[in-house]
Design a protein around this ligand. Structure first.
Ligand code: FAD
Ligand code: DHB
Length: 394
């Protein structure tokens, strides 16, 4: 098979890129290792920055998001038993975020692409990329038990943190910057209405908790847990009791969450990682294939979107003008935004979690930082600008 752009991975990065390139009239073939049901049902992110929302709309993939997504104009920071609301539009000149699950974005993009896009092959596992430094790289993959080759002009690695595309950048060129955190998240999906009509990020002496949502009847809730936690050690009642404790309000001591059936339970480790450069020859990395963030800042999916928006513009520019200028700038352009999001995600994470190595002095500093966010419009504006999303450069 032959195409202009071979996309490895049919997660949000690969699918949005395929859509943007289809709209620009550029041929693609997308190869996804897992089956469609698996890809559409993987529970992950839920918060879309304004720029991601705008991009989905202008790509023609925003209709259901606009009907079913929930626009949020703020978040609550809860600490010392008190809630403090941050008003995003007031702090950012009118910006907001949207709650619309990654599962739903993926379903919408797959449906559109199946109707009118280039080939999207499920259960097609890429083994290797050959000839990254040549004009005709070849992607070797296995589909329906047979080894296949896809020849193309460009290869885009949208194959996530455990993908193979990163390996096409020689080790002598590739540098990875990494940090792991001494805690993980236990995440649940529960059939119960959201605690509140916006998200609550809670700091407590027992550890961090986050109350998020998927729909007006489904909640997504997270608890900080030690690394290596087995979800089996967290029966449902223990989870609800812990959420009640960590989200407790001093002024409303009898308050409890409405409990509901828990339909999913999993533990996710927290890691920051950036691979540089994000391009080598004809191979470009986008999304989790190049970088991951701890989830506290809700940035992973949004960074994947901004990478592919930047890349689609660069590929279109190269096709229209014959100039590789924007493709050559791709890695540096993305990395500036990536490091901004890495910084924000790391700051949010360390501001809100209990670190087992912290001294009482560190604990006082942490509370002082949270008080500053709750009382200074300047400090709050810094958080709000980052949370609603830094600009996406061309
Ligand atoms: P992915 O979504 O990982 O997609 C990569 C795709 O490539 C996958 O479909 C995979 O099957 C495919 N693939 C991999 N290898 C190959 C191969 N060799 N050949 C072909 N296909 C391949 N972010 C948040 O903001 N909030 C959250 O709560 C949150 N929770 C998360 C929970 C988990 C368990 C994980 C892993 C991530 C979470 N994230 C969260 C991050 C967010 O979901 C990711 O940043 C986002 O999915 C990135 O999209 P992507 O398309 O780059 O990568
Ligand atoms: C969700 C996940 C996050 O990491 C976050 O910061 C906010 C919301 C969510 O899954 O809804």
């Amino acid at each position: 098979m032959r195409t202009t752009v071979a996309i490895i991975g049919g997660g949000p990065a690969g699918l949005l890129l395929a859509r943007l390139l289809h709209n620009a009239g550029i041929d693609t073939v997308t190869l996804e290792a897992r089956d469609r049901v698996h890809v559409e049902n993987r529970q992950r992110a839920g918060i879309l920055e304004q720029g991601t929302v705008d991009a989905l709309r202008s790509a023609g993939a925003g209709a259901r998001m606009d009907r079913e997504g929930l626009v949020h104009h703020g978040v609550e920071l809860r600490f010392d038993g008190q809630g403090h609301r941050l008003d995003f539009p007031a702090l950012t000149n009118g910006r907001s975020v949207m709650v619309y699950a990654q599962t739903e974005i993926v379903k919408d993009l797959i449906a559109l692409h199946t109707e009118e896009g280039g080939p999207l092959l499920f259960e097609a596992t890429v083994r290797e990329v050959e000839g990254a430094a040549t004009d005709r790289p070849i992607v070797h993959y296995t589909h329906q038990g047979k080894d296949q080759r896809l020849t193309c002009d460009y290869v885009i690695g949208c194959d996530g943190f455990h993908g193979v595309a990163r390996r096409a950048i020689p080790e002598s060129v590739r540098v990875t910057f990494e940090r792991t955190y001494p805690y993980s998240w236990l995440g649940i999906l529960a059939d119960t209405p959201p605690v509140y009509d916006e998200l609550i990020y809670a700091h407590s002496a027992r550890g961090f908790a986050l109350a998020s949502m998927r729909t007006p009847t489904v909640s997504r809730l997270y608890l900080q847990v030690p690394n290596g936690t087995d979800p089996a050690d967290w029966p449902d009642e223990r989870i609800w009791d812990e959420l009640d404790s960590r989200l407790a309000l001093t002024d409303d001591p009898g308050w409890k969450l409405a409990r509901g059936r828990i339909s999913a339970k999993s533990v996710l480790p927290m890691r920051s990682s950036v691979t540089e450069p994000m391009r080598y020859g004809r191979v470009f990395l986008a999304g989790d294939a190049a970088h991951i963030v701890p989830p506290t800042g809700a940035k992973g999916l949004n960074l994947a979107a901004s990478d592919v928006i930047t890349l689609a513009r660069a590929l279109e520019h190269a096709r229209d003008t014959g100039s590789a200028e924007l493709l050559d700038a791709y890695s540096d352009t993305c990395l500036r935004r990536v490091w901004g999001a890495e910084h924000f995600s790391s700051t949010m994470t360390t501001a809100l979690h209990q670190d087992p190595a912290h001294s009482p002095f560190d604990a006082r500093l942490q509370l002082s930082r949270l008080r500053r966010l709750a009382t200074s419009p300047h400090a709050a504006a810094e958080l709000a600008e980052n949370y609603t999303g830094l600009p996406i450069s061309a």
